[in-house]
Design a protein around this ligand. Structure first.
Ligand SMILES: [Zn+2]
Length: 325
């Protein structure tokens, strides 16, 4: 087993503990800085807001969080370092990019005038720089590569990200975690990445709880990859009852070794507030970094899911994803 890169340095896999696999301690919508009415970027206040949001998860025994914020959603590793240090919780950050529609692509499109091949190598060089040398001057190295696709298709830009990530993952062993939109393109993401030679065990297809079709779940799982039920609490998209029933079903047919849990909650963001980064989400009553512990696990237990199965999803599966290759 390999050591794991956290924002405060390398740790042993057994030190992770219970791990939330897709959260955003801080993330902001691209373009917030173009809004003259945005509040100023105050890192100190953002640290405080992030701490308040994450503290309840810590009290439920969460030992580690994967911050899935890609580079273009204003990933701020200095904030992550502060939060990790103050709360004594491990934070694993990401390299990678967001969807073509919602990410920040003008600059790279300009530099890739001779096409997608250019873009793949530009992206690959950037990911490798962060993985091997660290993010900017921070000294922090990412522990995962994040890729994203839009609604119902993989654009050529998004395909370039997947190809670059596949190359970087094969060379470094870092796992790839994904954003899928509204329960689409999970099977296609898995097929494309595996086709590029990525080990399915190094893959976690994200936002799978956004699609209530068992057939869709199996189209992804049959490819040997891990999946994340990582949007508990975002009931604007799908009721948690549907997510929970689907999860109970998958556990019932033996997939406990492949499912991980999280909320995709955004602890703090820049701009004017109100509009939240991913998919223009609005918070709903239970959405938080600790909702799985407060509400979902009790519901799973009431349906007969065992402590051992819950531990597998929260502790063993993330540890394997992050450290075994
Ligand atoms: Zn996310």
């Amino acid at each position: 087993m390999k050591k794991i890169n956290t924002v405060l340095g390398l740790i042993s896999p057994e030190d992770l503990g219970s791990t939330l696999v897709h959260e955003h301690i801080v993330a902001s919508q691209p373009g917030w800085e173009c809004d003259p009415l945005s509040r100023p970027y105050d890192r100190g206040k953002m640290v405080q807001r992030s701490l308040r949001a994450l503290e309840p998860a810590k009290t439920f025994g969460v030992g580690a969080v994967i911050d899935a914020t890609p580079i273009d959603l204003y990933r701020d590793v200095e904030i992550l370092k502060e939060v990790s240090e103050q709360l004594q919780i491990h934070i694993i950050c990401s390299t990678g990019r967001y969807t073509e529609e919602r990410g920040k692509w003008g600059y790279l499109k300009g530099r890739s005038s001779s096409g997608v091949g250019d873009m793949v190598s530009e992206l690959y060089d950037g990911f490798m720089q962060e993985i091997t040398q660290g993010i900017g001057q921070s000294g922090v190295k990412p522990g995962v590569i994040k890729v994203s696709t839009g609604l119902g298709c993989i654009s050529s830009v998004e395909e370039a990200v997947l190809l670059a990530a596949a190359r970087a993952s094969k060379e470094t062993g870092l796992p790839i975690i994904t954003h899928t939109e509204d329960g689409t393109m999970g099977p296609e993401q898995a097929a494309l990445l595996i086709g590029e030679g990525v080990d399915p065990k190094r893959l976690m297809i994200g936002h799978m709880c956004g699609n209530p079709s068992l057939q869709y779940q199996l189209e992804v799982l049959n490819q040997g990859v891990n999946i994340a039920f990582d949007r508990f609490g975002i009931e604007l998209f799908l009721p948690d009852k549907v997510r929970t029933a689907m999860l109970i079903g998958l556990l019932g047919i033996g997939y406990e070794d492949r499912v991980m849990l999280s909320h995709d909650y955004i602890g703090c963001s820049s701009g004017r507030g109100g509009k939240l980064p991913e998919e223009g989400l609005r918070p709903v009553a239970n959405w938080s970094h600790d909702h799985v512990f407060r509400n979902i696990i009790p519901a799973l237990k009431a349906a007969g899911v065992t402590e051992a199965q819950i531990r597998t999803m929260l502790v063993d599966n993330p540890r394997r994803l992050l450290s075994e290759w």
